[in-house]
Design a protein around this ligand. Structure first.
Ligand SMILES: [Zn+2]
Length: 86
């Protein structure tokens, strides 16, 4: 099962991260609490999520270098199951 795996959708100015295929639940007792974006294994930005929001986040990546863009990774944190990397 890959309901925790974050998937990166890299666009021109922004990068979207969607968690899970099928999407991870966002129930009060089981949800994604945050999504982090990393480049070269360093934290670029993170978004906190609340129950009932979509398990996704959009990040501004227009100021990243080509090298950073090529090394982009995402990390999703589930309140029950912990951390998962793309
Ligand atoms: Zn979970």
């Amino acid at each position: 099962m890959s309901e925790h795996k974050p998937v990166l959708i890299i666009g021109f100015d922004t990068t979207k991260v969607v968690v899970g295929e099928p999407l991870h639940p966002m129930a009060l007792d089981h949800h994604i609490i945050k999504i982090q974006l990393l480049a070269n294994d360093e934290l670029i930005d993170e978004k906190k999520l609340e129950p009932n929001e979509k398990p996704e986040a959009e990040f501004d990546t227009k100021n990243l270098s080509v090298g950073q863009l090529h090394s982009l990774k995402a990390k999703a944190v589930c309140n029950i199951h912990g951390e998962f990397e793309s």
